[in-house]
Design a binder for this molecule. Structure first.
Ligand code: SF4
Length: 362
């Protein structure tokens, strides 16, 4: 977690005003004055960037699996509906950023946006902070990397094109669900999959090599060969240059919310997920991740999506870097044996079976 990602809001006394408006029904915006917006990434995080900016806290895209949910509890808000609808807006982001970029000590290292919450979520339609942020970074000679699910980034394409004449600009779209019903259920506030693919096309047509984050891949829901193959075909067709994938990651701050959602929508999968992510475990078992790698990588190569963006290759919002593996020539070519996971009394998963058509989790 990018725990220091939201400085200047150590408590709620910095709130300027709270806004609700019919234009953004169901949303509450808490406008604050931040003391700082450039956040240093801890050296131990293994992220390929040193700085992040998060102009918003909370995210209306409302992904049930969002790793940042736990951070909302620092504000006396919950990581469920509050995270989706009570959005903290650092209204002075541009002004503070310009000041920070003028410091003599600033080394113009790459700044990543979208590492904690989405900079092109609904609030950006009202507050329009990103144009000023992009301009400030470009004018100061600072490379930038933007990861989003928001189609609103299309508004800023001319600005990004201009910025790219001054500094390296890396753009990534997060698109994990290719079943419309599942997408609406699991990312209820995010633009549709097709709208995001259209955005990839628009960015690609503007000259950006776009990397698509195919993550999280969800056991039993999106990890079949057919599902992955369909996803990659659509990504390729949209003009993306590369794919980064990763298995679902469930930190303690998000796990209860995710399991609550699962119990309501797919109760039949509840015990399987509890087996895969027991107790405080945030990652799927290594054997599952290895199985997934050997399933996905040959498909990435087959679809010609193994070139990546040539960009920063950032890890998406808390997923382990090891899971963020781009398809690489020379990787495993053969279809791997499919593991069977079985929960024993100690809740450990074990490879117990012969090859199966799909991993069995029970
Ligand atoms: S778009 Fe990203 S930050 Fe927003 S809810 Fe989804 S995963 Fe979280």
């Amino acid at each position: 977690m990018d725990g220091s990602a939201l400085p200047g809001l150590e408590d709620r006394t910095g709130i300027l005003r709270t806004v609700t408006t019919p234009e953004f029904a169901g949303m509450t915006f808490h406008e604050v004055l931040a003391k700082s917006v450039l956040n240093a990434v801890p050296g131990a995080s293994r992220m390929p960037f040193s700085w992040t900016i998060n102009p918003y806290r909370g995210c209306s895209h409302a992904c049930t699996y969002c790793f940042a949910r736990g951070t909302h509890t620092y504000l006396d808000l919950d990581g469920g509906a509050d995270f989706d609808s009570q959005i903290v807006v650092k209204v002075n982001s541009v002004e503070i950023l310009e000041k920070e970029l003028r410091r003599g000590s600033w080394k113009h290292e790459t700044v990543a946006l979208g590492t904690n919450t989405d900079p092109y979520q609904r609030a950006e339609g009202r507050y329009q902070l990103m144009p000023g942020i992009i301009r400030a970074l470009a004018a100061s000679g600072t490379p930038m990397s933007i990861l989003t699910k928001g189609t609103l980034i299309r508004r800023d394409i001319p600005l990004l094109v201009d910025a790219a004449t001054q500094v390296p600009v890396d753009v990534q779209m997060s698109i994990a669900m290719y079943d419309d019903e599942l997408q609406k259920a699991i990312e209820p506030g995010a633009p549709s999959t097709q709208a995001r693919l259209d955005t990839v096309r628009a960015l690609s047509d503007a000259g950006f090599p776009v990397t698509v984050f195919l993550m999280p891949i969800m056991p039993h829901l999106t990890d079949s060969l057919a599902a992955i193959d369909t996803a990659l075909a659509r990504i390729k067709n949209a003009g993306a240059s590369g794919v980064i994938y990763g298995a679902l990651h469930l930190r303690p701050g998000v796990k209860p919310w995710f399991l609550q959602w699962l119990s309501q929508t797919r109760p039949d999968l509840l015990s399987s997920y509890r087996t895969l992510y027991p107790g405080a475990a945030a990652e799927a078992p290594k054997v599952y991740r290895q199985w997934l790698a050997k399933r996905v990588r040959p498909l990435i190569r087959m679809h010609g999506l193994d070139r990546g963006s040539g960009g920063t290759g950032i890890s998406s919002r808390g997923f382990r870097q090891e899971e963020v593996a781009q398809g690489r020539p020379g990787g495993a070519a053969a279809t791997p044996p499919m593991p069977t996971f079985r929960a024993d009394r100690t809740r450990r998963s074990a490879l117990v079976g012969a090859p199966q058509p799909t991993p069995m989790l029970f």
